[in-house]
Design a protein around this ligand. Structure first.
Ligand code: NAI
Length: 396
């Protein structure tokens, strides 16, 4: 089948298997060019198929030589419908891992459910015995609560008062004003229920109770803060409330694990184009400006560069540095004073007329296409490709 990108708002409903493989290969090649990290041995990545979770799986494998189990929620191809990008990413990841004799198995299921947790625990018992690193990198629009059965929905809204902001439609390159109405208390509760720390705590408790968490194991999850400009929609909005809950969970898990030398951290990462972040209003404009400034200064990083830095300079280094709230700050370059000063100045001036010159909207759009395997120079998009690809370990 010849596959072209098809858009529905900020979602692309098709994915290109060869382009996704190309993107995975680029990330693997980057990691292989760096010094190896004496890091984890057996790693569980929850949310392992795209974005920061995929990058974490790639760094664990190709930098530290770790065995990995990846959990995600993706769709295989059906009829003429392509699989999701995360499915093709995992096909490509597992193929390279297998060729190079790394253990890599994947579970496609709802990470919020008790069944998926049990399935993962059985697989760890059977194949690895225990895991010494658990990366929790889920970004989900909803969660069926495993105890109450309630379906919780994560809306992205301001809290307390409405928020009016410039916003960029990166397809048409139009900058226009949007106003978002505040979330109700109920919407805040549900967003925290989906993206907060409860499920992470449930995972760690289940792994501990089953005896599959190694003594001294580390667990980490990813958060975001960003500039004051985006506080109303991010840090002080529904998603920020959820991140507050995630950060509180890190402290709770840390104190539970610490008696056996275990640790739990939150790493505050840089804003990057992923399927999750493109859903957040105003962020596309902020990121397009940020990328322009960071690229000009030579300090722009992508997901795999961020996670490699996390491993080499923080998690597996002897001089980890935490902020006053105990968090790792991989957003340190994004938040540099001079970067933020320039972004803010550009934000004030940017409009439809000058967005191409003032921002890196082209780079943002390119990153967006690449999430789905499009826009790679050396992929022949006019050629027929097989869309029915199986994830090797899922067919084992
Ligand atoms: P993403 O959309 O690329 O990845 C989400 C992952 O979660 C995918 O592997 C997906 O399959 C999986 N997933 C979703 N629902 C699931 C379910 N019910 N069961 C199993 N797996 C499920 O998102 P991204 O951006 O990599 O986000 C990961 C974490 O990083 C999130 O906590 C996010 O808030 C955080 N973060 C993201 C930043 C960004 O700019 N993208 C910045 C800082 C933190």
């Amino acid at each position: 089948m010849i596959i072209k990108p098809k858009f529905k708002g900020f979602i692309c409903t098709t994915a290109h298997p060869e382009g996704c493989a190309r993107s995975v290969k680029e990330q693997i090649d980057y990691v292989k060019q760096q010094s190896p990290v004496k890091g984890p041995k057996n790693v569980l990545v929850i949310g392992a198929s795209t974005g920061y979770g995929l990058a974490s799986r790639i760094v664990s494998t190709f930098s530290s030589g770790a065995n990995t189990i990846g959990v995600f929620f993706e769709k295989p191809a059906a009829g003429n419908k392509t699989a999701t990008a995360g499915w093709y990413n995992t096909v490509a990841f597992e193929q390279v891992a297998k060729e190079e004799n790394y253990y890599a198995k994947s579970i496609n299921g709802d990470a919020f459910s008790t069944e998926t947790k049990e399935e993962v625990i059985e697989l760890i018992k059977k194949d690895l015995g225990q895991v010494d690193l658990v990366i929790y990198s889920l970004a989900a629009p909803r969660r069926v609560h495993p105890v109450t059965g309630e379906t919780l929905v994560s809306s992205i809204k301001p809290v307390g008062k409405s928020f009016t902001s410039k916003n960029l439609d990166f397809h048409s390159e139009k900058v226009a004003e949007i106003t978002l109405e505040p979330a109700s208390d109920e919407e805040v509760r549900q967003a925290v229920g989906v993206m907060g720390g409860e499920d992470w705590e449930m995972w760690i408790e289940a792994l501990r109770n089953a005896g599959v968490l190694a003594t001294g194991a580390t667990t980490i999850s990813y958060s975001y803060i960003g500039p004051e400009l985006t506080y109303p929609i991010y840090r002080e909005g529904t998603i920020g409330k959820a991140k507050g809950s995630l950060e509180a969970a890190a402290q709770k898990i840390h104190s539970e694990l610490s008696s056996q030398g275990g640790k739990a951290f939150v790493s505050v990462n840089k804003a990057l184009v992923t399927q999750a972040s493109t859903a957040i209003p105003a962020m596309s404009l902020y990121m397009s400006l940020l990328f322009k400034v960071m690229k000009e200064k030579g300090i722009h990083e992508n997901c795999v560069e961020q996670i490699y830095r996390l491993f080499i300079e923080q998690l597996y280094s002897t001089h980890m540095t935490l902020d006053e709230k105990g968090r790792i700050r991989l957003d340190d370059w994004e938040m540099k004073e001079e970067v933020q000063r320039e972004v803010l100045a550009l934000w004030q001036d940017v409009s439809t007329e000058n967005v191409g010159a003032l921002s890196d909207v082209a780079g943002y759009r390119n990153d967006f296409f690449r999430l789905f395997g499009f826009g790679f120079d050396d992929v022949e998009y006019d050629q027929d490709v097989d869309i029915q690809l199986a994830i090797p370990s899922i067919n084992d």
